[in-house]
Design a protein around this ligand. Sequence first.
Ligand code: 5SP
Ligand code: CO
Length: 230
Amino acid sequence: MSKIIISPSILSADPANLERDVRLVEEAGAEYLHIDIMDGHFVPNLSYSANVIRALRKKSNLIFDVHLMLQDADKFIDEFAEAGSDIITVHQEAVPNLKETLKNIHSFGKKAGVSLKPGTPVDMILNVLDLTDVVLLMTVEPGFGGQSYLHQVDKKISELYKIINNQNLNIGIEVDGGITEENVNRPVRAGANIIVSGSAIFNSNNIKDTINKMRKKAEQGVQEREINNF
Ligand SMILES: O=C(CO)[C@@H](O)[C@H](O)COP(=O)(O)O
Ligand SMILES: [Co+2]
């Protein structure tokens, strides 16, 4: 069974209680912490800076999964690496020379991710898969938490899953946006193994219970995938 990784997105955490909320998801068994960085240009919203990563690094042993929604990501890789990121993901749509950016991320000893907006085809990253540790498929338009999952991305997830399997590559497939315990089995059935979830986790009454249920439902998705031989 391929291991499911849960990456709670702190965009939906309580900004006045970030340390507490990060501790809650860590105690609940999450493996990653998803940190959205927005610049108001690539996406019409602003969020955290590297300072938040630097501060949380002292408080948490979670794997920091940093999603850069920046028009000028290349300018900031060194800063986000130094601040304590473990995985640094850039958007294919925002980076002029993706190969060089991924090599730069690796030069800091970090894992390199590439993200695609819902409308960007998988073809756009086929030439960089050998430099990629994680592909982050957006299942909403990037910019905001609390949106609804776009089911049309399911096809793209299974397309990528087949490519990765056929080429025997060691690349995680991460999905981000609108994921809840009710729908998580769908992207997993299609091939995803890293699950980002913000509002469904942080707005729930019982974070631990929600993460446990989400993981269980995701594991069912893995079984369904294996049975159907997707
Ligand atoms: O990158 C983004 C949004 O651009 C996400 O990581 C959101 O933070 C996910 O939030 P939910 O859709 O799960 O509420
Ligand atoms: Co994100």
